[in-house]
Design a protein around this ligand. Structure first.
Ligand code: GLV
Ligand code: MN
Ligand code: MN
Length: 394
């Protein structure tokens, strides 16, 4: 007998959880994430789903019914560093629960239905967001990805084989349910919504080089301190993004040699930038880079900016979104945009018609241990997903 939503949710609760912060460390190909993957395979087994995997870390459990283009639903089980419980796992657990609900209702889909788990969606270990779905769709090749390294220098090619299992062959539509990462649904008073699209966004590595020196004996005017150039840049990025009504964040910094009593030789900082349009994103990054370079000139430091990954604007099929949102008990579901990246965006760009459902998040907080959704809303999400799959699988 398959486990229900709340039972599955409590199974996952302790996996990869920090006793200090209450947040999750579920980085790909670590013990925590392998445990989650094993749990998923077990859940597929309990439902008689045929499990298929590839060498990128992606897994699909297939309900082999009907014929024709398959319907895929799911999300990811990895987390950001010290992340919340919901970003990713809510979509996977809801997919399994929705399938149970469909079976309990006696629904017999006319098309095969798969539940997917994509690897390294957050890019928290190897730096490239949506790595599993990028590899599965060919948006990134194994040749490009295999040499990516984590913070300890371990290469992706050392932890997984890179064998392409062609998991997405025959997939006609993808639906990803996700916790909302803002407060749109709270403001609209709705438990669930449908995604209209994803803002373009990118990750940029900024390397500031200066001259290592003694923190006590070096006169202030004699220093070539890359920390100052970085600090100016972080402030400039915040100001530029505010002026443009967009988003720019420095959330990760590495200082060399990272000693209290030394002027650093190098500061590497990663900027996450997101805008409503691709043009706006290019302009924002150019403005910040230009100001940083100008400041580097004044500080005597040097700066190299590298775009590590840039994701285009995604517009989900508007007819599909409108059809999914229409005619529900209690009225239509709202259609909302998101600033967060998702595997559904990668599949949509690859030409697979995709849609997203969002579940209300009372505070809008995400990528934090405080991320939350009420059980009652999660259960509305499960039934919304089951309704959606039934509509699509007719
Ligand atoms: C993924 O959640 C992202 O938007 O960074
Ligand atoms: Mn996320
Ligand atoms: Mn996610």
């Amino acid at each position: 007998m398959p486990d229900d939503f709340e039972r599955m949710w409590s199974d996952l609760a302790p996996v990869g959880r920090s006793s200090r912060t209450g947040g999750y460390f579920r980085q790909p190909f670590t013990a925590a994430e392998e445990e989650l993957r094993a749990w998923f395979v077990e859940q597929c087994g309990a439902r008689g789903l045929r499990v298929e995997r590839d060498g990128f870390g992606n897994v699909v459990g297939w309900w082999d019914v009907g014929s024709g283009p398959a319907l895929l639903t799911g999300s990811h089980l990895d987390s950001v560093l010290d992340g919340g419980a919901y970003d990713g796992p809510l979509g996977v657990v809801s997919a399994l629960a929705a399938l149970d609900l469909m079976r309990a209702r006696g629904a017999v889909p006319a098309r095969p239905v798969g539940v997917s788990v994509f690897a390294e969606e957050e890019g928290s270990r190897f730096g490239l967001a949506c790595l599993g779905s990028r590899l599965a769709t060919g948006a990134t090749t194994w040749e490009q990805a295999r040499a990516l390294t984590d913070r300890d220098g371990v290469a992706l090619g050392d932890v997984t084989s890179g064998e392409d299992g062609r998991l997405l062959e025959g997939v006609g539509t993808y639906v990803e349910l996700h916790v909302e990462q803002g407060r749109d649904l709270v403001d609209r008073g709705a438990a669930v919504g449908v995604g209209s699209g994803i803002w373009p966004h990118g990750r940029y590595r900024l390397e500031f080089d200066g001259e290592a020196n003694h923190a006590g004996t070096t006169r202030m005017e004699d220093r070539v301190d890359p920390m100052l150039t970085y600090a100016f840049t972080a402030l400039a990025a915040n100001k530029q993004a505010r002026l443009a009504g967009q988003r720019a964040t420095f959330g990760r910094v590495a200082v060399e040699p990272n000693g209290t009593n030394a002027v650093p030789s190098r500061v590497t900082a990663w900027m996450d930038a997101r805008c409503e349009t691709e043009e706006g994103l290019a302009d924002l990054v150019a403005a910040i880079s230009g100001q940083a370079a100008e400041r580097a000139g004044r500080d005597g430091t040097t700066l190299v900016v590298t775009a590590e990954s840039v994701s285009p604007a995604v517009g989900f099929d508007p007819d599909l979104a409108a059809a999914l949102a229409a005619d529900h008990e209690g009225g239509d579901w709202p259609v909302i945009a998101t600033q967060a990246g998702h595997d559904a965006g990668i599949l949509a760009v690859a030409g697979i018609p995709s849609a997203m459902l969002f579940v209300r998040n009372p505070t809008g907080v995400s990528h934090s241990p405080a991320e939350h959704a009420e059980v009652a809303d999660c259960l509305v999400g499960v039934s919304a997903l089951a309704d959606t799959l039934e509509r699509l699988a007719r």
